[in-house]
Design a protein around this ligand. Structure first.
Ligand code: SF4
Length: 348
């Protein structure tokens, strides 16, 4: 195991030890927070940009106030193109940073600046830079779940929704790839495209917890169910899938596939939008943990869960938790990010 990987695991363990479940809000409290946030968004000329994995209450607020609920690629695009002067980014740190890089003139606030990601933690810039230097003949492709510094070191940034297309494109040009940080997504991309891909050793603590044996067992209980899998999951899970794709692609697959039930291997925050898309279908979270449980995430990203209506209200009132990115890093990270957005627009 690399030093970065060991450090990431320790940080994750420490974080999981430290978190406590938030007590659920009463209906009256929920309504009060929603009312306050709606008024504050208008007062601050702000728009709410939320990820599919956040609390359904936050997703609902984004929908009701003209914001967006989406994957990280669409969040980046929406924030950049929206006329509001303030973006409230409900997600994890790299999403706030990406929003700031793409919209340097806007104020970017996050309900918490402590929400990070095991992939970001597991890819510190010093070690990553050395890795890239050791393999200077390779095109550096990094997943969006990375720091601004890692993006600035990359040739390409990709999200899971366009990773296959981008690597296919580079492979067709005869380029060899250095991929970071998610080894499972990277290995999936390698298998699907046949490209020469050198992998960094990182993983998502949520998707890594899905268990193949338990998934096979639940499939026996729901034999007609389709299995939808995010490619951050291990290969054994991907091999059981009827469909593999990004969050947006999974929602779309639930609409187009004929099954009436789906077992879904990604963060269960996605069920809010997915159930809207397929109101008559039954959604079942893929089993996590099993006998070897080491993680308390259980289909719920502990960092995404740190975004809540109370800290969002506070941030809107006080203007705290503003995201800043070093201008030099931002300028360099802008290039691979823009490349991704342009590639995505040209290959829709
Ligand atoms: S679900 Fe995984 S990849 Fe997404 S933010 Fe959480 S730890 Fe990172």
């Amino acid at each position: 195991m690399s030093q970065a990987s060991a450090t990431a695991q320790q940080v994750v363990r420490d974080h999981l030890e430290g978190i406590s479940c938030r007590p659920p809000l009463t209906a009256v409290q929920q309504a009060s927070y929603k009312e306050q946030i709606k008024a504050l968004l208008i007062r601050e000329n702000a728009v709410l940009v939320a990820h599919y994995y956040t609390d359904p209450l936050i997703q609902q607020l984004a929908e009701e106030t003209g914001g967006c609920v989406s994957d990280s690629l669409e969040m980046a695009r929406f924030g950049r193109d929206h006329p509001a002067s303030t973006l409230i980014v409900a997600g994890v740190k790299f999403m706030g940073e990406t929003a700031k890089i793409l919209s340097p003139e806007k104020r970017v606030l996050m309900p918490t600046l402590e929400a990070t990601c095991s992939l970001d933690i597991g890819c510190p810039i010093e070690e990553f830079d050395a890795f890239c230097n050791e393999h200077a003949d390779r095109t550096v492709v990094v997943y969006a779940n990375t720091s601004a510094a890692v993006k600035a070191r990359a040739d390409w940034v990709v999200t899971s929704s366009i990773a296959l297309q981008v690597v296919d494109h580079l492979h067709a040009k005869g380029e060899k790839i250095l991929w970071a940080p998610d080894k499972h997504l990277g290995s999936y991309v390698q298998r699907e495209t046949g490209a020469d891909v050198l992998l960094w050793d990182g993983s998502c603590i949520v998707h890594e917890e899905f268990k193949a044996k338990a998934l096979e067992d639940i499939k026996k209980v729901y034999p007609e169910a389709g299995i939808l899998v995010h490619p951050e999951s291990p290969q054994a899970i991907v091999e059981l899938a009827d469909f593999v794709g990004s969050t947006s692609q999974i929602i779309n697959a639930a609409k187009t596939l004929p099954n009436k039930q789906f077992i879904v291997a990604t963060d269960q925050g996605i069920f809010y939008k997915m159930q809207q898309a397929v109101p008559d279908k039954e959604l079942i979270i893929a089993p996590t943990a099993g006998n070897g449980a080491t993680c308390r995430s259980c289909g719920n990203c502990p960092w995404m869960a740190m975004n809540a209506v109370d800290n969002m209200t506070e941030v809107l009132k006080s203007g705290s938790n503003e995201v800043f990115v070093d201008p030099d890093l931002a300028e360099r990270a802008m290039k691979p990010l823009t490349r991704m957005l342009e590639f995505s627009a040209a290959n829709k």
